[in-house]
Design a protein around this ligand. Sequence first.
Ligand code: SAH
Length: 218
Amino acid sequence: MTGLIMPQADRFESARLRMVRIQIQDRGISNTQVLDAMKKVPRHQFVPEEYQNEAYNDYPLPIGYGQTISQPYIVAYMTNVVKPGSKMKALEIGTGSGYQAAVLAEIVSQVYTIEIVPELAKESAERLKKLGYKNIKCKFGDGYQGWAEYAPFDIILVTAAAETIPQPLIDQLAENGKLVIPVGKPSSVQELQLVTKRKGRVETKHLTLVRFVPFMRL
Ligand code: SAH
């Protein structure tokens, strides 16, 4: 090939498509919107340079400050289980690298995301802007309080493990809205729970066991 510059994202395209096929589709996720979003978002751009070659592997990776970007399957699983729709508004607690926010933003109309580590909040906001995401609004802060200004949300994803579900998040969930959160002790496995609000009442369903970094407080 001469004189053809491949965009950086393409260097990893086959790894990304393979990841979606083997780690996500073959494990039972068939929602095409979720699969398409995972095929599109350049995960290697969300990890530190030294881990770029591992970005499409089947495990979480460090992103600095003791935090991690979740395993691809977990991101797909959480996105899938809330049944995202194109007109929906989503809130994410724990922006981290910004990857989960980007995957959601490929599907829903607007994503709000909050990160408690100031450096990560800044880096991820810059990254998402550079990648051209115009429907993601980032802020630094303690996600315990949610983001009342933009509530209610059709979807709330919490990507850090809390011992109990923060009440403000339940309050900010729309009617028929879905909240997914790992609940349990920080240093062990946690239970991933799906909370649905119906006629103002919440129903909680146990999904699976997961291991997430701890939910912190300011
Ligand atoms: N969704 C992220 C995964 C991040 S790991 C991604 O796609 O990369 C969880 C993140 O939650 C960490 O960055 C951690 O700093 C953040 N976090 C922990 N407690 C928080 C809180 N109370 N409010 C907001 N963010 C929090």
